[in-house]
Every structure is written in structure tokens, then in C-alpha cells.
Design a protein around this ligand. Structure first.
Ligand code: FE2
Ligand code: FE2
Ligand code: FE2
Length: 407
């Protein structure tokens, strides 16, 4: 579908798959939380729009979690002292993204105990929404061990009892009561199976009026996800945003404009979205990677391609982003794409990516000087890997691009 035809439901549903990848071995947490929160909201007869927006909040509630270790802590225990940080981070990301800013308060408080929320100066309706996310999130932690084994059907009564014991303390009594009523049927739990989750999300999307995103809104969404990716490691702070900026400027230097230019920027913002699946132990490793670690690292651009294909199919974005580690010699990854298949925009993003990465500190080396970087890019041109014209254009305005990379 063309960029003009992308709707909010599809964009959130598919991009949230990338957030779910942070769970690595348990990758549908966001979707389960979303479907359970919506089911409870519907049982409480919340207005239709509220039921829909709690679904979106559920899918996005962990956008402040980029790191696998943090994800594990959050899904291991019912309460964890460090939980609030990701709520604050996630709320900050969402409030900076206009199409989703209205969800930021409930994300901010989605790990707050009900008894504490009652003293928090926010609208009562928002208290309930935040607490509903907390409830669904914790139910998912309790059911995690029984997922995909069929054991949930014998274990769910114990989960209901545990949640009821926390009524009025961790969770709002009216939410707990609604949960206990609908969770008493097998269907509530069976709907958590992966294919049913995806099917339900598709069905919900097909029944609501389409809400098309314009290009500025799409860019804001892309920026939100780029922040999640960049937060994966202190070493990649702002990497995607800066790559997008450099790539956009280079594209302008080559006369790219309009719709194509917007696609370059979005591809730049999202080129590393597949990295959400890579453990920060690998990204932050000071020494060389083992063959297994390298293989894990190298799959990120393929994951990027697949995720973006689901959202931006029929646009150039999946290809321009997914091919950022291909080379003109055809020895890159993951497709070993040949030179003639690599659009100017792919070549631009590949150069922008290397240029920015070299200007930024990495766990295994310091920041590189501009002179070093230009020599490095030149040697990659000489070996036939990078596009000579793109590197020449960047070199013409080297100081300007260096500032974009680091300032
Ligand atoms: Fe969560
Ligand atoms: Fe990459
Ligand atoms: Fe990158």
C-alpha cells in the first residue's frame, strides 16, 4: 500500500510487532495485553472508542523497554522496583508523537499500584485506564509459564485467585471484578494463542473506520520507533535519527524530492528496527563477536525488511531500509543484492549509516575524527563496496555532514 493509504490501526499493529521482539523468547506480550485490556474494557461497557484506544495502549505500553534485560525483569516478578523508568521513558516518547500523545498519561502510570494512583492528581478515567494496562500486563506475567502448553486451562483459576487477592491494593476493584467475570471462561485464555491474536487484531481493524495517516504523522510514528531502537544501547543514542537526517540531506543534494524524499527519511529512521531483537549484550560487546553473535547481529536488516514490508508494502521503504548492509560488490547481507539492483537511495542510506556510526563511540572503539572517517569511506569506495558519487557528495560538504552526525 502507498504511504497515503496507511492507516493507524495497521501501523500500530505491525510496528508493535517490533516492540514485541524485545521479548526475544516470548514475543507477543504487547498483543496479549492489548487483547485482554480491550476485553475487560468491553465487559465494563466502556465506549467503543475507549475500547479501541486501550487496545493501542496495550500494544504500545512497553515502548519504553528496548533492552532485553529490562524486559526479563519486568516479566519475571509481579512488582519490580525499577519498573517505573520504562513508564517515564515510554510516556515521553508518546507525548512527543502527536498521533499517540493522548495515550502518554496511561503509559506513564501503567506500573503504579491502585492505592497510589488514588493519590495521583490525574483524571479518574485515566487512573482506570492506566490500571487496566497494569492489570492486563500482570495477568500476562502470571500466565506466561502456561502459554502454548495447554496447561493454562487448569491453571487459570489460580491466576484469578491471585489477582483477586490484590484487589484494592495493586488493582482497582471494579477492574478485578470485571476480569474475574470474563476470565472464568476458557475462551478468554484460548484467545491468547498467537494465530488467534493476529486474527482478532485483523478483524478489529477491518471493522473500524479507516483512519489514514498523513506523511507528517507517519514520520512522527517512525521517529517514535527510531527512539525505541536507539535506546537499545548508550552507544547508539540518536543513531537512527541522525542517519535519517544525513540521508535526507544527501538525497536533496542528489535532487531527490517530494514523495521519494519522505521515503528516504522514513527508511533512515527505521533502518535498524530489526535490532530490537538483538540482545544488548551483543550490541555493547567490547571485543569481536563470536560467529553465533555475528549471525544474530546480521539478521537485523532482514527483520527490518520484513517488519517494514508489513506496514509500508508497495512503497520503497522496506527495500531502502532493509538493504543498508548490502554492498556494490554483492557481498553484503541479508540478500547479497547485486549492484544494479541497489537504488541511489539504498546507497545513500548505506553511506549515511557507516558515516554516522564511525562518528559515534562504539564499545570497541572511540569516536573517529572526520579525517579518519573520510579515509575510511574512501577505502570502501576503492574496494568497490560503497558508491563513489555518494561518498564524493558527502566529502564536498564534510564539515556540515559531520555536524549532522554528532552535534
Ligand atoms: Fe509489559
Ligand atoms: Fe544496521
Ligand atoms: Fe544503523
Amino acid at each position: 500500500m502507498k504511504l497515503q493509504h496507511i492507516d493507524l490501526h495497521n501501523a500500530i499493529t505491525t510496528l508493535s510487532c517490533a516492540l514485541d521482539l524485545v521479548g526475544v523468547d516470548e514475543i507477543r506480550h504487547g498483543k496479549r495485553v492489548a487483547i485482554m485490556a480491550r476485553a475487560i474494557a468491553m465487559h465494563l461497557n466502556w465506549p467503543e472508542l475507549d475500547c479501541l484506544s486501550i487496545l493501542y495502549s496495550g500494544m504500545l505500553h512497553d515502548c519504553g523497554v528496548s533492552r532485553i534485560h529490562e524486559h526479563r525483569r519486568l516479566t519475571e516478578t509481579l512488582e519490580w522496583d525499577g519498573a517505573e523508568e520504562h513508564c517515564i521513558r515510554g510516556a515521553a516518547y508518546l507525548s512527543a508523537c502527536e498521533p499517540l500523545a493522548h495515550l502518554s498519561t496511561e503509559i506513564r502510570y501503567h506500573h503504579s499500584r491502585w492505592e497510589k494512583l488514588l493519590d495521583t492528581p490525574i483524571d479518574h478515567h485515566l487512573r482506570l485506564r492506566a490500571n487496566l494496562l497494569f492489570l492486563a500486563d500482570r495477568i500476562d506475567v502470571l500466565q506466561a509459564n502456561f502459554l502454548n502448553s495447554g496447561l493454562i486451562l487448569t491453571e487459570y483459576p489460580a491466576i484469578i485467585t491471585k489477582i483477586q487477592a490484590l484487589s484494592g491494593v495493586l488493582f482497582a476493584p471494579e477492574l478485578v471484578n470485571a476480569f474475574a467475570e470474563i476470565a472464568n471462561i476458557e475462551a478468554f485464555w484460548l484467545a491468547m494463542e498467537p494465530e488467534y491474536l493476529d486474527e482478532d487484531l485483523r478483524r478489529i481493524g477491518s471493522r473500524i473506520p479507516t483512519s489514514l495517516l498523513d506523511i507528517p504523522a507517519l514520520k512522527e510514528l517512525a521517529r517514535l520507533f527510531s527512539r525505541v531502537v536507539d535506546a537499545k544501547s548508550p552507544y547508539t543514542d540518536e543513531h537512527s535519527q541522525r542517519v535519517a537526517h544525513i540521508a535526507r540531506q544527501l538525497a536533496i543534494d542528489f535532487g531527490v524530492e517530494g514523495y521519494e524524499l519522505e521515503q528516504v527519511e522514513i527508511a533512515g529512521l527505521l533502518h535498524d528496527i530489526g535490532k530490537l531483537r538483538v540482545s544488548e549484550d551483543i550490541i555493547n560487546k567490547p571485543g569481536g563477536l563470536t560467529p553465533e553473535e555475528r549471525a544474530t547481529m546480521h539478521r537485523h536488516s532482514y527483520d527490518t525488511f520484513r517488519i517494514l514490508q508489513r506496514v509500508f508494502d508497495d512503497s520503497k521503504i522496506p527495500v531502502w531500509a532493509g538493504l543498508h548492509h548490502e554492498t556494490l560488490l554483492g557481498d553484503g547481507y541479508p540478500f547479497k543484492t547485486e549492484k544494479k539492483e541497489l537504488d541511489l537511495e539504498c546507497r545513500i542510506i548505506a553511506v549515511a549509516d557507516i558515516f554516522q556510526a564511525l562518528a559515534q563511540q562504539r564499545p570497541y572503539r572511540q569516536t573517529m575524527s572526520l579525517e579518519y572517517i573520510l579515509n575510511n569511506l574512501q577505502s570502501r569506495v576503492a574496494s568497490g563496496h560503497l558508491d563513489a558519487k555518494v561518498v564524493a557528495k558527502l566529502t564536498e560538504n564534510a564539515d556540515f555532514y559531520y555536524r549532522l552526525a554528532i552535534a
